[in-house]
Ligand binder design. Sequence first.
Ligand SMILES: Cc1cc2nc3c(=O)[nH]c(=O)nc-3n(C[C@H](O)[C@H](O)[C@H](O)COP(=O)(O)O)c2cc1C
Length: 161
Amino acid sequence: MKTVVAYYSHGGKTKAVAQGVALELQCGTEEIRLKKIHGKKPGAVDMMQKRKKGQLPAIYHESLNLNKQRTIILGGPIWGGTVAAPVFSLINHTDWKNKTVAIFVTAALFGTSKALAKLKKELESRGATITGQKAFFSSFRNPKTLKTAGARWAKTLKNTK
Ligand SMILES: Cc1cc2nc3c(=O)[nH]c(=O)nc-3n(C[C@H](O)[C@H](O)[C@H](O)COP(=O)(O)O)c2cc1C
């Protein structure tokens, strides 16, 4: 079955988890990349504030091609108690009907349960079935540790693929 790990990562922590998941599931990764505005990528705080006004950042969704995938592992960092805006940009550009999705977030400290619940609800309302969810705390963890943690979680997903 076709599986991919799609993620957004601003500082590399979520990317490390995503790489661990992909390694364990022996599948590819797709990074959500931001489009530049006036030659500059938008900053995290700026995106967080715009999100509150209902504005989502532009991403290179054309090249992601998630519509052919049956199973998507979707992850992103927590920003201000919710999943980072670029993940929601991706959600808007993907057809989630009949897809099996496992979701994960990385965070320094707080907001993970509510953020995961919101993300789950959003995807389910678009027709996806959520088969797993996980929060990874990233403070003081190096990429190698996060990659291992991602791989460990992915093991638990194998039965649901
Ligand atoms: C703008 C911004 C807002 C954040 N808000 C939260 C938050 O509400 N709760 C939290 O625990 N961590 C928060 N963090 C920390 C990140 O969620 C955490 O460091 C995450 O692992 C970063 O992932 P990345 O390196 O893949 O971007 C925030 C980070 C940024 C840049």
